[in-house]
Design a protein around this ligand. Structure first.
Ligand code: GLC
Length: 524
């Protein structure tokens, strides 16, 4: 039964917290330029000279737990590549390798006006994107709405109603009277693993990233979403259900034809790339032309769910055990932003409670005991502390956790953050290397987005170094030389990418390619 009071209450909060913004792809490119200045790898701000023996031993133990050497990276990559193939096979494997029915790269000449909806972990973003006559150019207006925390574990109806309310508000703000509006095509970025037998449908395989809403797993989410739109008379027709990685791939390829892989390193972690239909045994029964492209949403967060190759620490095991979906997303739980702060927190609590050193001895660590109280920006701040005496980290611990760390403890804190951040970046490189090798890409660009990629210090440089180790690239002659495979900041996948996918889908239906289209009437 629907709880009307609560639904109304939620709808009242569907107010944009940022005002509309307008940007062009050039602005986006400027944003990308900022990221091409790679930060150098940091050394520890302080030195371990003053660290007492017992703490030093703890640091060394953590180094053994979290460090992944080159040989191990290569072993992980080999298995990763095999698992990508397995995911495409009829029997399937841990990595879902979901075909998405995105069947071409953009040319840069797509045009038209589209809506895009991004149901992210923290925010809900609604955009209107106009792909202009000028090659690879676009205008975008967008509003962001807070995604109430309680919606993530609440009732399905409330989620869809909230989303429909946000869309309606967006249309009313930008188009006035919606009753006269013709239905606008929408690309819906739904960044969870979904079986897509059609581009305009998606059966949720399982919630990831801490979402846990009953009655959605195993069901096609599109009719639920459309029912909420219909109930409110929102003039929108869904053109494509999209994963954020596929959006990232397509948006990046719009402005850079070297882009072959789209990655998200954010709250979750995943990638998409373009496969040929002839190399997807699980689609063989459809007799699609073998050289036709098909974007694959890998859902690589599920890599090694069977724990064959990744060396999990006791902290990783606890994270998994206490998560809403134990046994799922093994790879993601070691890399993604949702978990990095929690891994760090678990290390700190363990060193306080269980080890002879008892860090933060005789202090009240009750704030530190709260699960998921530290997000990855906490680790970023520690790694960014520029001072030899780690004074910013000291303040962070005092202000946020009411803990007063000693200088040696600060050294341990910093090293722990570095170890966790470095492991995440190095593991990520295994996925990129595995796809590149599988596809025989010796050189290409990889478009990446997400808070960890964009904000975590050194993530890019550490990932690039690991890629070099895995793929045995020779030393650079000139430090300014580009790497053969470069991971670059992507264009906006869930905005521009979603609009482009809507445009590409409408166009291919017009051209008579009806593969993977459930509701042709929506594409008139
Ligand atoms: C999780 C989701 C996946 C998404 C990724 C990044 O792994 O399952 O669909 O692409 O997070 O947001």
């Amino acid at each position: 039964m629907r709880n009307h009071t609560r639904a109304r209450h939620l709808s009242q909060r569907a107010a944009p917290f940022t005002t509309t913004t307008k940007a062009t792809s050039q602005a986006e490119r400027a944003r990308r330029l900022r990221f091409t200045f790679q930060p150098v790898l940091t050394c520890l701000a302080g030195s371990f000279a003053d660290v007492p023996q017992d703490l030093l031993k703890e640091i060394q133990a953590l180094e053994r737990l979290f460090t992944i050497d080159t040989a191990k990276l290569k072993q992980i990559t080999d298995r990763f590549q095999a698992e990508l193939d397995k995911g495409l096979s009829v029997e399937g494997g841990s990595i879902p390798m979901n075909p998405t029915w995105v069947m071409s790269f953009p040319t840069g000449y797509e045009t038209g006006t589209y809506l895009a909806l991004d149901m992210g972990g923290t925010n809900l973003r609604v955009c209107q994107i106009t792909l202009t006559e000028q090659k690879s150019e676009f205008d975008i207006i967008q509003s962001k709405y807070r995604m109430p925390e309680e919606l993530k574990t609440g009732e399905a109806d409330e989620l869809w109603e909230y989303i429909a309310d946000c869309l309606m508000q967006f249309l009313e703000t930008h188009h006035g009277d919606t009753s006269k509006l013709e239905k606008l095509p929408l690309g819906f970025t739904f960044s969870y693993p979904a079986t897509q037998n059609y581009v305009d449908a998606g059966i949720l395989q399982r919630w990831t990233k801490g979402f846990d809403i009953a009655g959605v797993e195993g069901h096609n989410v599109v009719p639920m979403f459309e029912a909420a739109l219909a109930a409110r008379g929102v003039p929108i027709k869904l053109a494509a259900l999209i994963n954020d990685t596929t959006g990232t791939l397509i948006a990046s390829a719009y402005t850079d034809t070297k882009m072959k892989i789209g990655c998200i390193f954010g709250t979750g972690c995943n990638a998409a790339y373009m496969e040929d239909c002839g190399s997807i045994p699980k689609l063989a029964h459809l007799n699609l032309p073998p050289d036709t492209p098909m974007a694959i949403n890998c859902e690589w967060g599920a890599f090694d769910n069977e724990h064959q190759v990744l060396l999990r620490t006791p902290y990783d095991i606890t994270i998994d055990k206490d998560s809403p979906r134990p046994g799922q997303q093994a790879f993601e739980k070691m890399i993604a932003g949702l978990y990095l702060g929690e891994i760090f927190r678990l290390v700190m609590v363990d060193l306080h409670d269980n080890h002879e050193t008892h860090i933060f001895a005789n202090q009240d660590i009750s704030k530190l005991r709260k699960a998921y109280s530290l997000d990855s920006s906490f680790l970023s701040a520690i790694e960014e502390d520029p001072y030899e005496n780690l004074s910013e980290t000291f303040e962070l611990f005092q202000n946020k956790l009411d803990i007063t760390p000693s200088l040696p403890e600060l050294e341990l804190i910093r090293r722990t953050a570095e170890l966790i951040g470095t492991r995440a970046a190095r593991l990520s490189a295994c996925g990129v290397a595995a796809i590149s090798r599988k596809k025989g890409y010796n050189t290409c660009h990889v478009g990446a987005d997400g808070s960890v990629f964009n904000k975590y210090p050194n993530f890019k440089a550490r990932g690039a170094l690991a890629l070099r180790e895995i793929l045995d690239w020779p030393e650079k002659n000139d430090p300014k030389e580009d790497d053969p495979i470069e991971i670059l900041a992507a264009e906006d996948g869930s905005g521009v990418g979603a609009a482009l996918i809507a445009a590409l889908t409408l166009q291919r239906v017009k051209d008579g390619n009806m593969h993977g289209i459930l509701h042709p009437e929506n594409y008139q």
